[in-house]
Design a protein around this ligand. Structure first.
Ligand SMILES: Cc1cc2nc3c(=O)[nH]c(=O)nc-3n(C[C@H](O)[C@H](O)[C@H](O)COP(=O)(O)OP(=O)(O)OC[C@H]3O[C@@H](n4cnc5c(N)ncnc54)[C@H](O)[C@@H]3O)c2cc1C
Length: 380
């Protein structure tokens, strides 16, 4: 007997910030949405430094967002998710000299944060099925449809959202290694939840502590923090865990648990729209290449994808409008961020050179602008 195929208007693969924001926005407009999430519990395990930007930081970084009331409200996260205000970032050079900048963000538990976003999508009417993973996509030419095969069922849909994170599972299953659709330059990262004497600011450490990358301490409370590092693949002598262990030992921080993941630092994919499939968040390569932040871009692109589908349904507007809007909002910041990353790959080899270069660039014209994804003055 043939296994039944369940048809849904929109299927979203992945209940991270991108998938949940997209599902909520669609459901609020009366669109039928099913989210398929491979984890048993949304957000578990967390793969994040857990620095979450406030709306002020978002509109200061990206373009064309000031008047978007839905997003502004969405970013008004409740106090219970806010563990620690992150009003400052300090960037430490290899010598220990540091520069301090303002920040408008907070730290939270991604488990709670992602769960909260998923819950809001459900309240809006979306269905989320956890513990179910997309495994295969078969094109059925006679029926002119893609069949989505999970470990629990078979589905078809009018629109498909790839919100599966940096490994872009939908693109992988339909396009293989095609560079046009897959996020590039996957950086291995590791982090730990620690306790000890924790600074009040978001601290970033550049140099041999994390070759061609950086280490971070993100306070989550007076005695606890998320501490991690990301490096360019192939740049380590030992393994990531040893580096982080040493970093924590040197600062007398006790490690309570470990985590890690991949961040795609290669910038936006060239094609975010493939027929009726839209890639959002990390799956579209929207992480900041110079600092690894991607939560806000995930939420915003999820919302834009939903709006593109609604516009397509109501007015027949081309889905490519989604990609145009994403680029119009993010390109300036992402391109500047990518340039900064390429400069650091090219020139920051060894602590001495890194120290000298960063001092020449200076705090305001170079380091601050690179961290904030403005164009460093030395690149103009
Ligand atoms: C170590 C680390 C530290 C980071 N620190 C920060 C930070 O401090 N601040 C910040 O803004 N960003 C940070 N980022 C980036 C941030 O985590 C991502 O940009 C953000 O989570 C992207 O959201 P998303 O919804 O696109 O993808 P994700 O959050 O990755 O969600 C994708 C979801 O899809 C699911 N999925 C995957 N494959 C399948 C499948 N086959 N079937 C069904 N479901 C599937 C996954 O289980 C997951 O729940 C960090 C990333 C890493 C790895």
């Amino acid at each position: 007997m043939a296994i039944e195929v369940e048809h849904r208007q929109v299927i979203v693969i992945g209940a991270g910030p991108a998938g949940s924001a997209c599902a909520q926005k669609l459901s609020e407009s009366g669109v039928d949405v099913l989210v398929i999430e491979r984890r048993d519990i949304i957000g578990n395990p967390a793969q994040c430094g857990e620095c979450i930007p406030n709306w002020g930081e978002v509109v200061a970084t990206f373009s064309n967002l000031d008047d978007h009331q839905w997003l502004k409200t969405y970013f008004d996260f409740p106090d219970r998710l806010r563990l620690h205000r992150l009003d400052n970032m300090r960037v430490f050079l290899p010598s220990g000299k540091s520069y301090k900048f303002e920040l408008d963000a907070f730290s939270g538990h991604r488990l709670q944060f992602d769960g909260f976003l998923g819950e809001k999508a459900i309240q809006a009417g979306a269905e989320i099925r956890c513990g179910e993973a997309l495994k295969k996509i078969q094109h059925q030419s006679k029926l002119n449809r893609d069949l989505l095969v999970t470990d629990k069922g078979r589905y078809s849909c009018d629109y498909l959202i790839d919100a599966s994170g940096s490994l872009a599972q939908v693109a992988r299953l339909t396009k293989g290694q095609d560079d046009l659709y897959r996020p590039k330059d996957q950086i291995p990262t590791i982090y730990a939840q620690v306790q000890g004497k924790i600074p009040d600011s978001f601290d970033v450490f550049i140099g041999s502590v994390a070759p061609s990358g950086y280490a971070w301490i993100i306070p989550k409370g007076p005695n606890s923090a998320n501490v991690g590092l990301g490096v360019r693949a192939g740049k380590l002598d030992g393994n990531l865990k040893q580096y982080l262990q040493k970093f924590c030992d040197d600062l007398n921080l006790e490690i309570l648990s470990w985590g890690g993941g991949w961040i795609a630092m290669g910038g936006p994919v060239e094609c975010m729209v493939n027929g009726n499939t839209l890639a959002v968040g990390d799956a579209a390569g929207l992480v900041m290449p110079s600092n690894g932040g991607g939560i806000s871009q995930a939420i915003i692109s999820g919302c834009f994808a939903a709006e593109a589908i609604i516009d397509n349904l109501q007015n027949g507007t081309n889905l490519l409008e989604y990609e145009n809007r994403v680029r119009a909002s993010f390109s300036r910041a992402l391109n500047n961020s990518l340039r900064s990353k390429k400069m650091s790959y090219a020139f920051m080899n060894g602590d001495l050179v890194t120290e000298v270069l960063l001092r020449i660039l200076g705090p305001i014209g170079g380091i601050k602008r690179a961290m904030e994804c403005d164009k460093p003055l030395w690149l103009i």
